[in-house]
Design a protein around this ligand. Sequence first.
Ligand code: GRF
Length: 199
Amino acid sequence: MKRVAVFASGSGSNFETIVKAAQTEKIGYEVVFLFSDQEDAYALKRAQQLNVPSIAFSPKSFGDKAAYELELLNVLKRERIDFIVLAGYMRLIGPTLLNAYIGRIVNIHPSLLPSFPGKDAIQQALNKGVKVTGVTIHYVDAGMDTGPIIAQEAVKIEDTDTYLQLQKKIQAIEHELYPKTLAKLLREDEEIANETSIN
Ligand code: GRF
């Protein structure tokens, strides 16, 4: 069973669905803890309700990003975390974490990347007037929403869609796609590890 840490800065609705999927189905991963860089994130309350341990500290308490990530890395190592899942974590991952977890950090983004990377992807899509947007799950690299794509699903934008209506449609897809994709990814990872140990 893969040991997963979820990073979230905000509401944590994706975090919740990832945890619930692991608690109710044989899904091949367990969420060991939630990390938040925002000490008042609603995601922390969800963690408490879900009985998932949480850790929160702000980069502002550290001299620089490397020191902040080094502290985070110590926690990840102490908890023997295999895989990092970003779910609304509003920071770029720096070299300290990237180098330690190459190919083992994933993110979810509310657009069909490479369209509309960065902040406010839903608003960017509405401003542009595109008729289709969606959800992307991708590996994390040093760029802003630039890593290799793992899964995507499209969402139609109706002329009458408000921001909130579109956000609701996108989140409904995220909540289904993220646990499903993680299960597949982590199961494949486990199978590869088993094959390597047999051969
Ligand atoms: C999601 O829309 C995700 O795609 C983006 O941030 C949002 C997080 O929502 N990266 P929540 O905190 O999981 O509710």
